[in-house]
Design a protein around this ligand. Sequence first.
Ligand code: FES
Length: 171
Amino acid sequence: MVEESNLKLTGESRQKIVALKQLYPSPRSAVLPALHVVQEQFGYVPVPPMAEVADILEILHGEVEQVATFYRMYHQQPVGKFVVKVCDSISCYLRGSDELLAQGQQKLGVKCGGTTPDGQITLDKIECLAACGNAPCIQVNDEFIYDVTPAQFDAVLDELKRAKKNPYFVP
Ligand code: FES
């Protein structure tokens, strides 16, 4: 396994970030999509590739780190193959998202933010997913699932325990 301090962007990732930089009048505006490129490659945003992003965008390393640590969509640590996030903002909370989170923690045997020992599922919470009319909502990697009942949540977790690819992926 490669030490985190030796992690480097691939040539393809660097090219994508350079292309993103050209899309904006100010290179700093490309930080968010550039961090998605980093996360796509590593599954999270390690520090050394963040420094590479800063160098490509010609901004301070600290500026990239500030953005990466502000938004919960960027993972600071390695995560499981599937990241299940339960929205805990007000509409979802009023419709039982805290109970879903407790259910998930019990079923998977992990705390919020934790990953199952087999590396299959990380359970976390997230701020409003902008789908409040369909509360409670969860997110499986980048896909949303709406109006989630406890029985559905149970079924989702069971499916993800065995899945090789995200069964909720919408191309
Ligand atoms: S409060 Fe959960 S989607 Fe808005």
